[in-house]
Design a binder for this molecule. Structure first.
Ligand code: ADP
Ligand code: MG
Length: 728
C-alpha cells in the first residue's frame, strides 16, 4: 500500500517542466484563431447571411431555416479548412461541466461514398439522446428526448478536430434543462429594464448588457500524488489529512514567484485560451500553497460564462500535459484557503458607458447612483436567493467559514459612495425641493470622483463589494458554473429596475419633476435597504450578532439555503420575469437537492472505504509492531518492561481507541445512509444527508488525522498534506 505513496513521490521528483511554444510570440497573431467570430463570419458568409446572424446576436431575432443553411455552409467551410472533421452541440447540463456529442461532417452519397455535409438544421437544432441528464422529473423516461438549440450570441469554436456550437438544452416540451437558457432570459430582461432606466438619463441608449469578469482560483497537484489519493480523485477534495506543520502562515506563497513547472503550464494554458479567444490576462500565486488564480478581461456575461466553463475544461486537459491535476473544489484541503470564483459584474450601455462607474458630471453620477442603489436594494430583497445561487455541497465548506463568508449577504460600498448615499438620505425630502437645494445636491453628486481611490484598498471580507466600477460577488464557488449566480443577480436587479422605473413614472405622472422623482425613489430605497450595507469585517463574530439585529439572514445549511429558490418571493421573481416556469423551477431545485445528496453520499462511501481498507489496517500493522516491541522487552527484561515500554503501551491503547472510533463511526454512518436512502422526497433526503450524515465525515476524519500523527511514516498509505501542497 505504502508503496503507492512512495512511488508517487519518486515520480514527482523526476518531473521536468514541459515548455510548449505558442504558435507565435505575438498573441495578436493567433488570438481567436479557432473561433468563428464576426471577422470570420464576414469572410465566410454571404452579406445576407452575415446580417441575419448579426441581427440574431444583437436583437435576438430567430434564425430563419434557409439562412441557417447558408450559415452552416460557411461555418463548415471555415472549420474544415482548419482541419476539423466533426461537429458538436456544446451545452451546459445541470450536472455541472459541459456536454458534447460529436457527429462527423459526412453524408452518404448515392454511390456509397461520403461527402462532407453540414446542414442548417444540424447547426440550428440537435436531438442528443440525453436521457441520463438530470431534469428533476421534467422528462419522464418514456419522453426522454431533449433538444439542443444554437445560441448565435456565443461564437462557435474548434477544439481538437471538432467544431463546437454553443447551444441551449431544452426538453421536448420546451423546458430549460441547462444553465444557459435561463441566463439568456435573465440577460434579456435586464437589458429591457435597464435600457428603460437609462432613458431617464440619456435618450441615446438603446441596449444595456451585463459584463462579467470572473477570477478563477484553482490548485495544481502533481498527477502521481493525485492518483495516490482516491479521495481527491473521486470527490475533488481530501477527506482526511493532518495539517502540514507549515502551510500558509507565512503568506509566502501569495504573489510569490511561480515555480517553473507551473509557469510552463500557465504559458501553455494561456496560448490555448488565446486560440479560443478567451482574453486571460492576469495570473498569480494565491494565498495557499499550490494555489493559483487567473482572470480574463471582462466580457459580455453570456460569453464570459461560456469562456469560464470552456476554460475550466481546457485547464483539466492542459494540466495533464504537464503532469498536474487541477482542482476547482471549493475546499480541497482543510485549514488553508479555499477556492472561489469572484464574479465581477456591471451593466454597460451600447453607448459605451459602464453604469456602475461614476461619471464626469452630476447627471451621469446621478445615473451611477441610481444603478448602485437599485443593485443594493436587489441584493437586500433577494439575499436568500443570492445565497441559494451559490450554495452547493462543495461551497458549503466556504459558506459561513472565514472566506468572504456568503452565509450572511452584505454589501460593501467604500467610504465615498457610502457618504453619498447618506447625504442623499439626509438632503432629499418628499417635499418639493427648492432650486437651491437641488443645485447643492447635484453639485455634491457631481463631486464623486471618476476614480474611487479608496476602493483600491477595498474590503476583502465582503461577499458583495463595490470595487470602483463594478460589484464583485465573491461568494461564488470555484467549481460552480457562474451562469447560476449571474441568472439570479441579473434577474433580481432587473426586477428592481422595473420597480424603480414604475415608481419614478408614477411620481412624474403626478406632476413631480423627473430629477426630483428619481431622488425621492432612490432615497426610499436607500432607507429600505440600509441593513445590507456593511463596511466592517465580515469575518468577525460581532458581525454575526449585528447582522442578526439588523434582520439579515444567516443560513449555513445547504439544503436550507437552496430552499430559498422555492419561497414565494423567489417564485414571483422568476415567474413574473419569465425566467423559469413552475415546473422548470421545481425540477431544477430537485436536481440541486439530489446533487447535494449524491455528493455527500459519495464522500461518505469513499471515506468509509479508505478508513476501513487503508487506514485501519495500517494502524493495526503499526500497533502489532509496537506490541512485538513490548513483548520483546518483556522477554528480555521481565517485569521491568513496564517501565521501559510505558509510552508504547499507551500508544497501543491510543491506536485501539482511534480504530474503534473509526469502525463505529463508519458503521453508524452506513446505518444512517440506509435510513436516508429509503426517503423519496429529494428535499427531505438532502436535509437528512446534511444533518445526519455529513457530520460523520468530520467525526471519522478526526480519528484518522490523529492516527496519521502516530503511525510510522514509512507505512502511511496516503500522500500527506505536506507532500500534496509543497511538491510541484
Ligand atoms: P482583483 O483580484 O483585484 O479583484 P483582478 O484584476 O484579478 O482583480 O480581476 C478583476 C476582474 O474584474 C477582471 O476580470 C476584470 O476584467 C474585471 N472587471 C474590471 N472592470 C469591470 C467591470 N466594470 N465590470 C465587470 N468586470 C470588470
Ligand atoms: Mg477579486
Amino acid at each position: 500500500m505504502a508503496i503507492i505513496r512512495f512511488k508517487a513521490l519518486e515520480q514527482v521528483f523526476d518531473r521536468k517542466p514541459n515548455h510548449v511554444s505558442p504558435p507565435s510570440d505575438k498573441t495578436s497573431d493567433y488570438f481567436g484563431i479557432n473561433v468563428f467570430d464576426k471577422v470570420k463570419m464576414q469572410k465566410y458568409l454571404s452579406k445576407d447571411a452575415f446580417n441575419h446572424v448579426m441581427d440574431a446576436i444583437e436583437k435576438g431575432t430567430p434564425i430563419d431555416r434557409r439562412k441557417a443553411d447558408a450559415v452552416a455552409t460557411g461555418m463548415k467551410a471555415w472549420a474544415t479548412e482548419r482541419g476539423t472533421t466533426h461537429y458538436t452541440h456544446w451545452f451546459q447540463p445541470l450536472t455541472g461541466g459541459t456536454a458534447e456529442k460529436h457527429d462527423a461532417f459526412i453524408q452518404l452519397n448515392q454511390y456509397g461514398g461520403v461527402v462532407e455535409a453540414f446542414a442548417g438544421s444540424a447547426l440550428a437544432q440537435q436531438e442528443p439522446d440525453a436521457s441520463s441528464f438530470p431534469s428533476g422529473g421534467i422528462r419522464n423516461t418514456f419522453e426522454a428526448r431533449g433538444y439542443t438549440a444554437w445560441d448565435p450570441s456565443s461564437p462557435a469554436f474548434i477544439i481538437d478536430n471538432t467544431l463546437s456550437i454553443p447551444t441551449i438544452f431544452i426538453s421536448y416540451t420546451g423546458e430549460a434543462l441547462d444553465h444557459k437558457a435561463p441566463l439568456l432570459k435573465a440577460l434579456n430582461v435586464i437589458d429591457k429594464a435597464a435600457t428603460e432606466t437609462c432613458q431617464l438619463f440619456d435618450k441615446n441608449v438603446t441596449k444595456v448588457h451585463a459584463n462579467l469578469g470572473w477570477e478563477q482560483e484553482y490548485f495544481l497537484i502533481d498527477e502521481a500524488l493525485y492518483y495516490a489519493r482516491p479521495d481527491l480523485a473521486l470527490t475533488g477534495r481530501t477527506l482526511m489529512g493532518h495539517a502540514s506543520a507549515k502551510d500558509q502562515q507565512l503568506d509566502d506563497h501569495y504573489f510569490g514567484s511561480i515555480p517553473e513547472r507551473v509557469t510552463a503550464f500557465m504559458h501553455d494554458l494561456e496560448s490555448e485560451s488565446y486560440k479560443l479567444g478567451i482574453p486571460v490576462i492576469t495570473r498569480h500565486n494565491e494565498v495557499a500553497p499550490n494555489q493559483y488564480e487567473l482572470a480574463p478581461v471582462f466580457e459580455e456575461c453570456n460569453l464570459a460564462v461560456d469562456h469560464n466553463v470552456l476554460l475550466m475544461d481546457l485547464m483539466k486537459k492542459v494540466s495533464r500535459h504537464h503532469g498536474f491535476r487541477v482542482l476547482f473544489h471549493e475546499k480541497p484541503f482543510r485549514g488553508i484557503n479555499g477556492t472561489g470564483k469572484h464574479n465581477n459584474w456591471s451593466l454597460a450601455t451600447d453607448t459605451g458607458v459602464i453604469l456602475h462607474k461614476p461619471g464626469k458630471n452630476p447627471k451621469s453620477n446621478m445615473q451611477f447612483l441610481a444603478y448602485v442603489v437599485n443593485t443594493i436594494k436587489a441584493v437586500y430583497d433577494h439575499q436568500d436567493l443570492l445565497r441559494a445561487s451559490i450554495a452547493s455541497a462543495s461551497n458549503a465548506h466556504r459558506l459561513g467559514a472565514n472566506e468572504a463568508p456568503p452565509a450572511i449577504l452584505s454589501c460593501f460600498l467604500g467610504t465615498e459612495v457610502s457618504a453619498m448615499l447618506d447625504q442623499l438620505e439626509e438632503q432629499v425630502t418628499n417635499k418639493k425641493m427648492t432650486p437651491d437645494e437641488k443645485t447643492a445636491l447635484k453639485l455634491d453628486i457631481g463631486k464623486i470622483p471618476e476614480i474611487l481611490l479608496d476602493n483600491t484598498d477595498r474590503n476583502r471580507t465582503s461577499p458583495f463589494a463595490f470595487t470602483g466600477n463594478r460589484f464583485e460577488f465573491r461568494a461564488v464557488g470555484g467549481s460552480c458554473n457562474p451562469a447560476t449566480p449571474m441568472t439570479v443577480l441579473n434577474a433580481a436587479v432587473a426586477a428592481q429596475l422595473i420597480e424603480f422605473n414604475g415608481e419614478v413614472e408614477k411620481l412624474v405622472d403626478n406632476g413631480v419633476k423627473k430629477d426630483e422623482a428619481i431622488f425621492q425613489v432612490l432615497r426610499k430605497y436607500i432607507i429600505a435597504s440600509k441593513a445590507i450595507r456593511f463596511e466592517g469585517d465580515n469575518y468577525s463574530d460581532d458581525w454575526v450578532k449585528e447582522a442578526e439585529k439588523r434582520g439579515l439572514t444567516n443560513v449555513t445549511d445547504v439544503p436550507e439555503a437552496l430552499s430559498a429558490y422555492l419561497s414565494d418571493k423567489s417564485r414571483k421573481l422568476f415567474f413574473d420575469l419569465g425566467i423559469f416556469t413552475e415546473s422548470e423551477l421545481e425540477g431544477r431545485v430537485e436536481v440541486m437537492f439530489e446533487q447535494y445528496t449524491l455528493k455527500i453520499q459519495i464522500e461518505a462511501r469513499v471515506l468509509g472505504d479508505l478508513a476501513i481498507n487503508h487506514i485501519v489496517p495500517t494502524a493495526v500493522k503499526y500497533q502489532n509492531r509496537l506490541m512485538e516491541n513490548v513483548l520483546g522487552l518483556k522477554e528480555i527484561y521481565g517485569e521491568e518492561y513496564k517501565d521501559l515500554a510505558g509510552n508504547r503501551i499507551e500508544l497501543i491503547k491510543e491506536i485501539s481507541d482511534h480504530v474503534t472510533a473509526i469502525k463505529n463511526g463508519v458503521n453508524d454512518m452506513v446505518d444512517a445512509r440506509k435510513v436516508a436512502n429509503k426517503m423519496d422526497d429529494e428535499k427531505e433526503k438532502a436535509k437528512v444527508y446534511s444533518k445526519k450524515i455529513a457530520p460523520f465525515l468530520d467525526k471519522i476524519r478526526y480519528h484518522i488525522d490523529k492516527l496519521e500523527l502516530i503511525v510510522d511514516d514509512e507505512i502511511w498509505p496516503l500522500p500527506k498534506y505536506r507532500e500534496l501542497l509543497f511538491l510541484s
